[in-house]
Design a protein around this ligand. Sequence first.
Ligand SMILES: Nc1ncnc2c1ncn2[C@@H]1O[C@H](COP(=O)(O)OP(=O)(O)OP(=O)(O)O)[C@@H](O)[C@H]1O
Ligand SMILES: [Mg+2]
Length: 338
Amino acid sequence: MNTILEVKGVSKSFPVKGSFGKSKGAVSAVSDVSFSLKERGTLGIVGESGCGKSTLARLLLRLIEPDEGEVLYRDQDILTLKGRKLNQIKRKIQMVFQNPYSSINPKMTIENNVAFSLWTNGVSKKEARKKANDYLEAVGLPRSYAHRYPQSLSGGQRQRVAIARALVLEPEIIIADEAVSALDKSIQGQVLNLFQDLKKDFNLSLLFISHDLNVVEYMSDEVMVMYLGKVVEKGSAQHIYSNARHPYTKALLNSEPSMKVGVSNLDKHQLIKGELPSPLNPPSGCRFRTRCPHATAQCGNAQLPTIEVNTGHHVACHLWDMGTGSLSQNKQSDVLPI
Ligand SMILES: Nc1ncnc2c1ncn2[C@@H]1O[C@H](COP(=O)(O)OP(=O)(O)OP(=O)(O)O)[C@@H](O)[C@H]1O
Ligand SMILES: [Mg+2]
């Protein structure tokens, strides 16, 4: 499969001001993140609250500007584009948010909500309305709903409108940021299946962001795990879920009760030890080292390698020993207080 989106070394810090406008430093929200999204593939991005998932999504859409890095859409760096060229590519990447009210206007009918972005792109009202109705049907809403207002719909139906609104611009990539997190479990399943169907019907590539590991597993071909702004592990969903290598990924998987029928990890269900460090002053080297049971003094070194443990399976843990296929025992022996 070809790569449709390639992200190289993207970083973003937000300056933080204290009282009297005095600088308190900067929050390192996304740090040196690289990944690629395959055409018609789904990459799940997972990690605890505050690890930088939404900031990354906003950077890709240029809703905010990165401090450094490249975002290549079909080999073209989005970050260097301006004006019409940028707008053309922006149409190709659409976002669906957790709260549909952030993208749909409660004062507009459902049909007009979906047609609106076409009007602003110069499509005639008649043509835009026709397309809006086609896409409302594609997301499973009856045509009779077209003239209703969003507040008369359920949460799941509103999210369907938000999806239709994203689709009507005929994107190639959809970024879904916690798109089902606010929905009841039963509705979540329906919307996830809708994403899967639409992906096939419209040849979409999906970036699927969620803090819910079960949802990400269900949706994704590939998975990227983030911790405090950094990528700690990425690989095929199969590798990550059955053979996670990074101590953080393992801890995260152990902290999530499995929803699979007949599989229960409730007995070993445990929370990750220690406090999440402040992103204002993240640990040097591996940012997980202050909570990692295997950490050594070397983990604080700034230049730590990322190891490819299997084809396409990358782990940002220098303790991984390819020879033994486990965390290196030698390196664990020089554990120093952090
Ligand atoms: N505009 C901003 N100004 C300052 N700090 C910000 C800003 N936006 C995000 N941050 C900080 O950047 C870090 C990453 O936030 P982000 O919203 O990307 O995390 P997230 O992984 O999407 O979390 P969640 O799962 O809760 O949605 C957090 O520490 C957050 O407080
Ligand atoms: Mg978020």
